[in-house]
Write a protein that binds this ligand. Structure first.
Ligand code: NCD
Length: 320
């Protein structure tokens, strides 16, 4: 278990994708250049038969629309097949099967496994139970690496750099796994500053705050909109993760903190920044913002997820 997950170090073939900590700058460069090729391929021809004969298991123990849908379509656009398992309550898990046994089963049918699970560390446990690549599609409040990679790609596409950036992350920073991966990802590059806007109850755990800060990224925790910087390159709003609260009264207290409105954009935003959200949103971005030129959450942020997952799937099975 010690050497799982392995560093990518320029070679994706056969590797699990569990955390952003596996990536160096050169790995991000490789992935982004392949992602741009996939984007061109889809725009020109819709897809190819690159992954013909390959099968992906999509093993989702927790709800998902985009992540599940984009992994499945990524396989289909490259001519591969998939085993779709959503709502594992209908499977042998309901009979008490262990995660390891389930993983062994689908390793004998498929060439890679994409897993979403409610427990932190579950993707790593899955990876230890099989030789085929395992991709973490969200492990509880842990990480969601492919979301962060598509977020980084979206920021890169707009600003042509991933260093010297000023960003705002707002919402549930304690429980939001996409933010944990994004902060790790932005820490790979130099001189990035993040303003973390959240109520005190759902700011980063002190352990995460210390661990992240040690990597050299500047994290500025704020609790009021008035402290937002006006020169941000991106705003990244997130959903308050209701399902992670043990006591719903605590959720009720913070549920409508910080709604992103046109007024907020006009007051603290700027014309060059992009507005992002991993989705789903509940109330935290007003619909009036959807058509702003900088609002990418319902547009290319999501589409980039498909291009990036196409590239990643092809890389881990060694086809590109
Ligand atoms: C996120 C997740 O599942 O962590 N969704 C996603 O995959 N884009 C964000 C969320 O659920 O709030």
């Amino acid at each position: 278990m010690e050497n799982i997950p392995q560093k990518i170090n320029g070679n994706f073939k056969g590797k699990d994708i569990i955390t952003l900590d596996q990536f160096l700058k050169k790995d991000i460069d490789i992935l982004f250049s392949k992602t741009s090729k996939m984007k061109k391929l889809v725009q020109a021809k819709g897809g190819s038969s690159l992954l013909k004969g390959k099968i992906m298991t999509a093993l989702f123990y927790e709800p998902s629309s985009r992540t599940f849908g984009s992994f499945v379509t990524s396989m289909q656009r490259l001519g591969g097949g998939f085993i779709p398992l959503q709502g594992m309550g209908n499977s042998s898990v309901a009979k008490g099967e262990s995660l390891e046994d389930t993983i062994q089963t689908f390793s004998s049918y498929s060439d890679m496994i994409v897993i979403r699970h409610s427990e932190v560390g579950s993707a790593k446990i899955a990876a230890s139970a099989t030789e085929i690549p395992v991709i973490n599609a969200g492990d509880g409040i842990g990480e969601h690496p492919t979301q962060a990679l598509l977020d980084l790609y979206t920021i890169y596409e707009k600003h042509k750099k991933l260093d010297n950036l000023i960003g705002v992350i707002a919402g549930d920073i304690k429980n939001g796994r996409t933010t944990h991966s994004l902060i790790r990802g932005l820490s790979i590059f130099k001189k990035n500053t993040l303003y973390l806007l959240s109520p005190r109850q759902i700011r980063l755990s002190r352990m995460d705050f210390e661990n992240f800060t040690k990597r050299g990224i500047k994290l500025i925790e704020i609790e009021k909109e008035i402290d937002l910087p006006k020169n941000a390159h991106f705003w990244y709003w997130t959903r308050i993760q209701k399902e992670r609260f043990e006591n719903l009264k605590h959720f009720e207290k913070v549920k409508n903190s910080f709604t992103l409105t046109r007024k907020l954009v006009n007051t603290y935003g700027n014309s060059k920044m992009i507005i992002m959200h991993p989705l789903p949103r509940v109330n935290e971005i007003d619909k009036e913002v959807d058509n702003d030129t900088g609002a990418v959450y319902l547009k290319h942020q999501m589409r980039n997820g498909m291009y990036l997952r196409m590239a990643l799937l092809a890389l881990v099975v060694g086809k590109i």
